[in-house]
Design a protein around this ligand. Sequence first.
Ligand SMILES: [Fe+2]
Length: 279
Amino acid sequence: MHPKPDSVLPSAQQVDDCCRDVIRTGFGRIAIPLAALEQFERISGEFAALDGDVKQSYSFAEDTDGFLPFASEYARSPDRPDQCERFCYWHAHRARRAGHPFHTSAFVRAMAEYELAIHGVAQAVLDAICAAFGAAALGSVRAHSYLQFCAYANADGAPRTFAQDPHEDGHLLSLVKPGGDGLALVHGARELSPVRLLDTEVAVLAGSLLSTLSDQAIAAAYHAVLLTPRARERRSLMYFVNPDTRRPALSFHRREPLDLQGLMQARHRGFGNRALSLG
Ligand SMILES: [Fe+2]
């Protein structure tokens, strides 16, 4: 599978604007390439046609990869799992999955195309954030970053306010392409503000890994997914941006060495996922 390269990236001004907002508030927005928008529509359409057998056969929970069952992750508490099923795509694992017949499906190809387009956007924003602090660039994020597609529902029909409870993602950044209403920023204990985006934009949320890296200068963006009446139709696609944790990292101000892999693993497992084997 060889996705076509897509060199259409946001302008320097768009990157700077997003970088400034993330540094100031933990939240920004940025336009994504047309190729990524097209693939998001394709992913949502292809997902609707998939059957349970395919999902079971292309499931690699030990790597948080492939199809992961409904309610297999939680934002805060295991007794209130997220009301969605998931599909995760790792650029790093593509060679290991190459022998599986589903790996060449239109669905996986669309995920690969989206990843190809979005990782460059994420890299540009992250590099700009490092530069704004006078810190060395972290290098390519592609090795330990991944996509997560979520298909929401309210399977048991239980009354809940949130399809996903308030939380922060625990990565450096999350680039979120929502396919419907429901994403809200959480301020303090109770205040919620719905995230409004242009159709061509993704939300850019800072995570606690970036807070640690910046010596707490950048606040993690707490957010939730409201369980709206249209939750059954909601689809979203996140690019979770992590550093290549094989490389040593120093915090921006204090220049302290950081165990980014340990922090990443702890947050990942805190959502109910298995520890990642990060080669
Ligand atoms: Fe999240």
